[in-house]
Design a protein. Structure first.
Ligand code: UD1
Length: 355
């Protein structure tokens, strides 16, 4: 039997890992051991996802918590190494682009344990974005690279990475196909918030490039205030902290909530007139759910969502945000399937079995 150690730690990774873990559990020849780095630790940033997604309880909870990048990644590296030395896995599986991804891949490659990276090959070509640094290094640490799109595959090729590179489709698409049906049955968020479909926007802001920059955060919030639209804004702890620190006020049209569960978030994304976000995952979720998206960044890794017209890059530019929100609501009808067929997890398992 092959022993696989999965390293996860932040909200988007719980979502991505859940579908693969489920497929791993169904496979007798592969045994998965989960390490949770503790990068996200609040109940509604972590535990609630494990519960909703039925993700197995981590065998190791490293409880690293929030720190500066160096300290956070360094501590993770040290503690993950201890577990790897004890468990001696055949492979380490990492997801996405967070500090937990980087630490997991680095700890493993230094011990000559092969690394498999799910969501390999994404690039925004800006090294001031912490996630970009994490992705590039993780891809180069990896022995197996699972790309969600052909564009990701091309990016790796340009960096000379062609061996053991696979186009699997996107595990987030697998996840949404499964979870949206559960969400429809279980979520009462629309009723609880007294919302009408397509009469509100859903906004999220959490990236360092927006939150840690007074000008950008102010401009984004001003745009939301001036839009006069009903805006639901579940606040990431980082954003909450900076809004208070910069003394930026939100107007009455903005309803601030605590971070939401995956199920409630999916329902709000599906029923919103627009999703306004700097999250990578939400750009795709909006796309899968056919809700127009405004991306609060100057670039995106998910270029397919933009080329199909479903996603508009608005940066932190008030006029661009307001103009995009004024465009008549065009419900997106059909979208090309750039992200696979909903069986990415299964493809990944087949490759892991053969490796
Ligand atoms: C991290 C990832 C980002 C991902 C995001 C999803 C990195 C570099 N960034 O960013 O790619 O899109 O997760 O949310 O790895 N905090 C809490 N409670 C928590 C978690 C965090 O209060 O449960 C606070 C911390 O005190 C800190 C802030 O949130 O001030 C940032 O947390 P951190 O995990 O460092 O980065 P994220 O911004 O969440």
């Amino acid at each position: 039997m092959k022993k696989i150690i999965t390293v996860i730690g932040a909200r988007p990774q719980f979502i991505k890992a859940a579908v693969v873990s489920k497929a791993l559990l169904a496979n007798k020849n592969l045994k998965e051991i989960i390490i949770h780095t503790g990068q996200h630790y609040d109940h509604n940033m972590s535990k609630i996802f494990f519960d909703d997604l039925k993700l197995p309880k981590p065998a190791y909870d490293l409880k690293i918590g929030s720190k500066d990048h160096g300290a956070q990644t360094g501590l993770m590296l040290q503690k993950i190494e201890e577990v790897l030395l004890k468990e001696k896995p055949d492979l380490v599986l990492v997801y996405g682009d967070t500090n937990s991804t980087l630490a997991g891949s680095l700890a493993a490659v230094k011990l000559h344990i092969p690394v498999a990276h799910v969501e390999a090959g994404l690039r925004c070509f800006d090294k001031t974005v912490p996630e970009e640094v994490n992705r590039v290094i993780t891809d180069h640490n990896s022995a197996l690279l699972f790309c969600p799109t052909t564009n990701a595959l091309d990016n790796l090729k340009k960096e000379g990475l062609t061996k053991n590179v696979y186009l699997t489709g996107d595990v987030m698409y697998d996840s949404i196909l499964l979870m949206i049906e559960i969400a429809k049955k279980q979520s009462s968020i629309m009723k609880n918030l007294k919302l009408n479909p397509k009469k509100y926007c859903l906004a999220t802001i959490h990236r360092a490039e927006n939150t840690d920059n007074l000008e950008r955060l102010k401009e984004i919030v001003e745009a939301l205030n001036e839009s006069k639209k009903e805006i639901i804004l579940p606040l990431h702890p980082r954003t909450k902290k900076y809004l208070a620190e910069y003394k930026i006020k939100t107007a009455k049209n903005i309803k601030i909530l605590e971070p939401l569960s995956y199920l409630d978030l999916l329902i709000l994304e599906k029923n919103a007139s627009h999703v306004i976000t700097d999250s990578g995952g939400m750009q795709k979720e909006a796309y899968f759910l056919k809700t127009p998206c405004l991306t609060l960044r100057d670039v995106t890794e998910w270029v397919e969502t933009v080329s199909t017209g479903a996603n508009t890059i608005v940066g932190a530019d008030k006029q661009k945000i307001l103009a995009a929100l004024k465009k008549p609501d065009s419900t997106i009808k059909e979208l090309p399937n750039h992200y696979g067929n909903g069986k990415a997890a299964q493809k990944i398992i087949e490759i892991l079995k053969r490796f």
